[in-house]
Design a protein around this ligand. Structure first.
Ligand code: THU
Length: 143
């Protein structure tokens, strides 16, 4: 759990990021803001495509951008959309992509008025497949 000032900043930035969403097909804007271990905030929005399947979610846009800028350690993410009466969680694909960078970070499901519910990646994706499962013994006969 990040300190309250940082949480407020994260919430404000994910709301701003949602305004940048490129979503002419779904008209469902999403914003995300990642908090890195060094205290920086990296944002993302959904970027849709005419060939629908190439659409990138806000959370994954933020992760790709953060990694490209040199960040690999994250402590929290805030996510928001336009739904006012519920806390909406990241889609399954985004949960898996976030899991690549650990399970012990906070996820703030944020409503348009700035209210939020805190959960964690481990809670959102229990028993996840991750890097550790690939650390196996070499196959018999391999050099
Ligand atoms: N979307 C996200 O950006 N994040 C999610 O976790 C779920 C869905 C986007 C993808 C698409 O542009 C729109 O929301 C409707 O699915």
């Amino acid at each position: 759990m990040a300190d309250q000032t940082k949480v407020k900043e994260l919430i404000a930035k994910c709301l701003q990021a949602r305004d940048m969403a490129y979503c002419p097909y779904s008209r469902f804007p999403v914003g995300a803001a990642l908090l890195t271990a060094d205290g920086s905030v990296v944002t993302g929005c959904n970027v849709e495509n005419a060939s629908y399947g190439l659409t990138l979610c806000a959370e994954r846009t933020a992760v790709q951008r953060a990694v490209a800028e040199g960040h690999r350690r994250f402590t929290a993410i805030a996510v928001t959309c336009d739904i006012k009466d519920r806390f909406v969680g990241p889609c399954g694909a985004c949960r898996q992509v976030l899991m690549e960078f650990g399970s012990e970070w906070a996820v703030y499901l944020t409503r348009p008025d700035g209210s939020y519910k805190e959960t964690s990646l481990g809670e959102l994706l229990p028993l996840a497949f991750c890097q550790a499962h690939l650390e196996k013994e070499p196959m018999a006969g391999s050099p």
